[in-house]
Design a protein around this ligand. Structure first.
Ligand code: FAD
Length: 398
């Protein structure tokens, strides 16, 4: 990467440490009431510095970074739970922006994408249902019935992240429920959260907190929710294909962010190990178990980074579809490394580790879901294993 890019990364890192890390103290307070005005002020600074929306093209007001550049920036942003939001590249908005940019009509891009990129509104993605296994989205029940150029959506969704305060949802619903190919039964629809048929039932309590604002997961009822045909994204029945196209890059975005979490956790672990006295002449870092954790964590993070960069290069050169197995591999591997390093960092801090005085406990609660959302570990391991086993199919036949 050119020197100018490296210098920009350093400047962003300093900005985060000086201006954003201190705000983390308020993460557990009633979130948006206190933090949101402060975050809006920081977002204005980020915009003026030209660091806004790094994943979007410059013609849309973003930085136009490629995936390899984004991986390096996203890792730095990931060192704080507030980083991606302050730069307007947080999930689920980033994935929704990419989807609308690629597949939205001109009217949809003007009406929904442009204000989203400008940071004037937020959005959410509503696919998973409580009554059906989310790891197999063809089991969906939500229906979208077309009548006279209007769709009527009826269904029950949950874990619609960031719905609280969002302006619109991208909803997946069956518009062709009898299509012989189950992957061509659903479509995606843009639904305003002020639509009379959109009921935000509750923010679901998760690991001790119902959260609020963009850090929340909602249960939503769609009851006779009417949207004109112009609100459908892409073709009738293209929902699964578009959702997969959204989730592929979305998964690598998560991995980039998780590496930042790992780096911050390891840094906190090392600071504690180097300073905590166990006896007059022995520090925590003199203990071999702690040394093992530090060494193993260091190598695991470096391995994760190389795998993620390699996958980013594959997506850049061959597209997300060709990189499917690589994406599945990093999705479960990086999530697992992150869980392990967060656990070690908490253990190293003793009682302090489980307090909310450190950012570790926030991540421990909020990132347990990393091994479930965007496909559980087991599904991604199965994708990799089946791909490996293809080479052995002749042995099975003989
Ligand atoms: C923090 C968080 C945020 C989320 N955000 C969103 C969102 O914004 N929008 C949205 O639509 N959804 C969201 N989800 C939902 C998420 O996508 C689903 O939870 C996920 O797809 C799994 O579906 P499920 O929970 O129904 O689990 P199930 O499908 O019931 O699976 C349960 C378990 O079964 C096992 N399993 C499943 N399939 C297999 C298999 N093939 N082989 C072996 N074992 C298997 C796994 O261990 C899995 O954890 C979110 C979830 C979480 C936790």
């Amino acid at each position: 990467m050119p020197d100018t890019f490296q210098q920009m990364l350093k400047a962003i890192q300093s900005f985060l440490i000086e201006e954003i890390y201190p705000l983390e103290e308020q993460l557990e307070a009633p979130f948006f009431s206190r933090l949101e005005p402060l975050l809006q002020e920081k977002r204005r600074i980020v915009k003026t510095k030209g660091w806004w929306c790094p994943q979007m093209p410059e013609s849309y007001g973003g930085m136009g970074l490629n995936l390899i550049q984004l991986a390096q920036l996203s890792e730095i942003l990931g060192t704080t739970p507030l980083g991606h939001y302050v730069f307007n590249c947080q999930a689920p908005d980033a994935g929704n922006m990419e989807l609308l940019l690629e597949h939205g009509s001109e009217w949809q891009r003007t009406t929904f994408l442009e204000p989203l990129i400008a940071g004037k509104i937020r959005s959410c993605f509503s696919m998973t249902e409580p009554q059906n296994a989310g790891s197999n989205p063809t089991l969906m029940s939500t229906r979208a019935q077309l009548d006279n150029e209007w769709y009527t959506i009826n269904g029950h969704k949950w874990f619609t992240s960031s719905a609280d305060g969002a302006s619109f949802a991208i909803v997946m619903a069956l518009s062709q429920p009898d299509h012989p190919n189950p992957y061509q039964r659903a479509s995606l629809f843009l639904v305003s959260t002020s639509n009379q048929g959109f009921e935000h039932k509750r923010n679901i309590p998760v690991m001790g907190s119902a959260g609020s604002g963009y850090i929340s997961h909602a249960e939503i009822i769609y009851k006779n929710c009417k949207v004109p045909i112009a609100h459908r994204i892409g073709g009738d029945g293209a929902g699964f294909q578009l959702a997969q196209q959204r989730l592929g890059p979305g998964r690598i975005h998560h991995c980039m962010r998780w590496i930042g979490i790992c780096e911050r956790a390891l840094d906190l672990m090392c600071r504690r190990a180097a300073s905590r006295m166990l006896k007059t002449d022995k520090k925590l870092g003199d203990m071999q178990t702690i040394q093992n954790w530090i060494a193993e964590s260091r190598v695991s993070i470096d391995a994760c980074r190389l795998l993620v960069l390699d996958t980013a290069a594959k997506i850049e050169s061959e597209g997300a579809k060709a990189a499917k197995v690589a994406i599945s591999s990093i999705k479960f591997y990086v999530a697992g490394v992150m869980s392990q390093i967060l656990d070690r960092a908490i253990q190293t801090h003793g009682a302090l580790g489980v307090t909310d005085d450190l950012v570790l406990s926030f991540w421990y609660r909020h990132e347990r879901g990393a091994r479930i959302y965007d496909g559980p570990d087991e599904v991604h391991k199965s994708v990799l294993a089946r791909n490996i086993l293809k080479k052995y199919k002749d042995i099975a036949a003989s």
